[in-house]
Design a protein around this ligand. Structure first.
Ligand code: MTE
Length: 319
């Protein structure tokens, strides 16, 4: 995002440079349960039956969500070959190839801070906390491109309620994995690693905020944030942190990575807002990947149901 303005992105340009579809097979079974035990998980997680997630396979039992848009879905090949994922590369075409062998199992997520239930959960346990839904969301990057993706997951509020936040918890911070051996972008200092994002607790509890582990009916490809990410469709894409390893509840506003790197360019709230331009990019219009003509950008990316979260706030100041 610091690098260059995105140009016209016809679908033909998004064809993979490194050909492949990233189909990993991973087993989260007894071996993972052992790994979880080693990091001190609680007994209730270990009691969860082992989960087999085969990235080639469909995720079963996915309900269609009424929160979905009926707009045309962006082709899978575009969404999986044009990515912002600085842990791998600042080049949007490179994460697909560079993340191909990224290991997403075993994988644990630490839940801590101001909660009653501090715990370390295996990702397989998290995935099974609630019934999976397909949510077809618009997703807009601050750089001016957008996509429509059938994500698979469930409301982040499902995890939050199980963590039992304390009354003084007002914010949630998401930390991404730090693993420079596997993530070549982390071998340099293009960002201050690990990647951190945050939401106000009421934003995180909004039914639209998605805890996501799949898309297009399959497990999430590595370049799109496997094994676990969030998707916050009314905010610019950088708020939707990928490869999450820690979810911390706090009473103070987290310092998100892009805000830390360039506070005049990237705020904490980062709600999609066609009336507030980024210093380098107009936010009035956007280009859907694979389309030529720009379309107008909608306030809150068209998700008007979140407006009440910000009533009385100056959204120019709180950009
Ligand atoms: N999460 C991590 N960990 N690292 C990143 O570089 N990039 C963000 C966001 N989440 C990023 C991240 C940005 S800028 C965008 S636009 C979206 O991921 C892109 O998601 P996508 O590649 O699945 O479209």
């Amino acid at each position: 995002m610091l690098i260059k303005k995105s140009a016209v992105i016809p679908s033909s340009e998004i064809t993979p440079r490194s050909l492949y579809l990233n189909r990993r097979k991973f087993l989260a079974g007894a071996a993972v349960a052992g790994a979880v035990a080693a990091v001190g998980s609680r007994l209730d997680e270990l009691a969860t039956p082992s989960l087999t997630v085969d990235a080639d396979a469909k995720i079963d039992g996915v309900k269609k969500s009424p929160l979905s848009t009926t707009e045309k879905i962006t082709p899978y090949k575009d969404v999986t070959n044009y990515n912002n994922y600085y842990e791998f590369s600042t080049d949007k075409y490179e994460p697909a190839g560079l993340a191909k062998d990224f290991k997403t199992r075993p994988w644990t997520v630490t839940i801590d801070g101001l909660v009653s239930k501090k715990q370390v959960l295996d990702v397989g346990t998290i995935i099974k906390m609630a019934a999976p839904e397909e949510r077809i969301y618009r997703h807009r990057c601050v750089e001016g491109w957008s996509i429509v993706v059938p994500w698979v997951g469930f409301s982040l509020s499902e995890l939050i309620k199980r963590a039992q936040p304390l009354g003084k918890a007002k914010f949630v911070e998401f930390t991404t994995v730090y693993d420079p051996k596997q993530m070549p972008g982390q071998q340099g200092r293009v960002l201050d690693w690990p990647y951190v994002e945050g939401l106000r607790l009421d934003e995180a509890n909004h039914p639209l905020a998605l805890l996501c582990f799949g898309m297009y009916g399959e497990a999430l490809p590595n370049q799109d944030g496997a094994p676990l990410r969030i998707v916050v469709p009314w905010k610019y894409g950088f708020k939707s942190a990928k490869a999450i390893v820690r979810i911390r509840f706090s009473d103070s506003q987290p310092l998100n990575t892009w805000n830390k790197m360039a506070p005049n360019e990237y705020g904490f709230y980062s709600n999609v807002n066609p009336n507030v331009d980024h210093p380098r990019w107009s936010q009035a219009k956007e280009r859907r990947l694979g389309e030529f003509l720009k379309r107008p950008t909608l306030m809150f990316n068209g998700y008007d149901q979140v407006a009440s979260l910000y009533s009385g706030m100056d959204l120019k100041k709180n950009f």
